[in-house]
Design a protein around this ligand. Sequence first.
Ligand code: KIV
Length: 246
Amino acid sequence: MLTAWDSLSGAVVQAAGADAVLVGDSLGMVALGHTTTLPVTLDQMLHHTQAVARGFSSPASEHPLLISDLPFLSYQCGEDLAVAAAGRLLKESPAAAVKLEGAEPEVVDVINRLVRMGIPVMGHLGLTPQSVHQMGYRRQAVDAVSQERLQAQAAILERSGCFAMVLEHVPAELAGRVRRSLAIPVIGIGAGDDCDGQVRVTADLLGLTPRQPPFSPALVNGRQLFTDALHSWVSGINSPSNSPSP
Ligand code: KIV
């Protein structure tokens, strides 16, 4: 699973062969210049999810699974609001599922309700960036008590009807244990190899994000690559000896 945030990145991740494309609220940092995911609105998620889908080239039946994040406070303020928010993502874009963070009792009630309403839900445990002001961006579940809690929460998410879950920035050994205890797929990021699948923020892999997470190294230095290419074009245009190329 790879993230996308506009039609260009949607086209690229589809062409790369991703099974699933997540329009994550990380677009707040990747595309909107925020330092956290908290300011991202439902309207922005919808706008970017529609754009990503427009980047897909094949017939809709061959598109990767498109999942859209429910942004901060679009699902924590009551079940009715959560159904309305998730419903908008599925009605007004081709997203086929939503992702939300955490497993507090209120969130579990929301998941139960969404699933009963026919809305597929992906869970997200471990480092949950919408709680950055409580947990920071630190690795989660490093002690025995919090590992037990996370394992219990994962079981609750499965029982609530989540069709899959993301496990972010937790010890690899714990991720493996969670995976083996569940029937639904566990998609890891910074959670080691013993997961059913992996997800990455595409801009991190391409070396485009200003702050590279320690658990998601870049494959290329995209910022440098693009800057050098454009700098060489700009220098050529500005050079008196060169006539501008088209
Ligand atoms: O918002 C996002 O991109 C995510 C991934 C890190 C899983 O939630």
